[in-house]
Design a binder for this molecule. Sequence first.
Ligand code: SF4
Length: 266
Amino acid sequence: MEALIFDIKRFAIHDGPGVRTTVFMKGCPLSCLWCHNPESQNSDIEVYESNKPLGNQSFIKKQQIGNLVTLDKLIADIERDRIYYEESGGGITFSGGEPLQQIDFIEQALKRCKEIDLHTTVDTSGHIPFSFFERVLPYTDLFLFDIKHMNSTSHKEYTGVDNNLILDNIRRLAEQDCEIWIRIPSVPDCNATEQNLEALCNFISDIQTKAITRIYLLPYHKLSSHKYDNLNMTEKLAHISEPTTEQMEEWQKIFRPLNIKTYIKG
Ligand code: SF4
């Protein structure tokens, strides 16, 4: 059994509790304009060529994006850092892309992680059949669930898909015996508007669940701009500025009525 991944990040501290290994799976049903991992979107192995200067000449550099990895190899890699997980209360996070798109592999990988007593987290766009959540629920300690825009037309404009399936899935997932942290990419002039964040706050309030234990506002940043150049993709939000600390703190206040801890992720 193999999965297509494009990166493994050890000692990650922003993808769930404690110190974690984050596995980035390739392929995503969305194409968010602000995506910080544009190399994750395509479900195939890709090879990119770029011209690199060397003295007064140049050479072509080839870079492969995506590798096939077996379940046994991945579990062996993950286990190397067990001591750090145990010391910090960390574990393994499957991210992407959309990790649940490779559901057969993910189901088995999560099952193996639980068999060896590792904390498991799935970072999802939510745009997958609910039956995929049902398959991984028994082996997933925490879901990081992205909600991007409450207006379906705007959602489609910014991500390529409407929000119906995503909102249905979060409602249904929140009824299950699980823990969910909501993550909201906060992009000025796109989804980080007072109107949208208030609508999002009302939506979470209406769900009335104990499953949602945290909310994270993720500030839009420009650190991935070079990736668009490398991939010959157009960065459509190149004109958008990063939000200021003051803006982030104002948006954070919108969620106060929920009584759910709301964090700004640095
Ligand atoms: S859901 Fe995440 S990985 Fe997929 S396109 Fe959007 S930002 Fe990128």
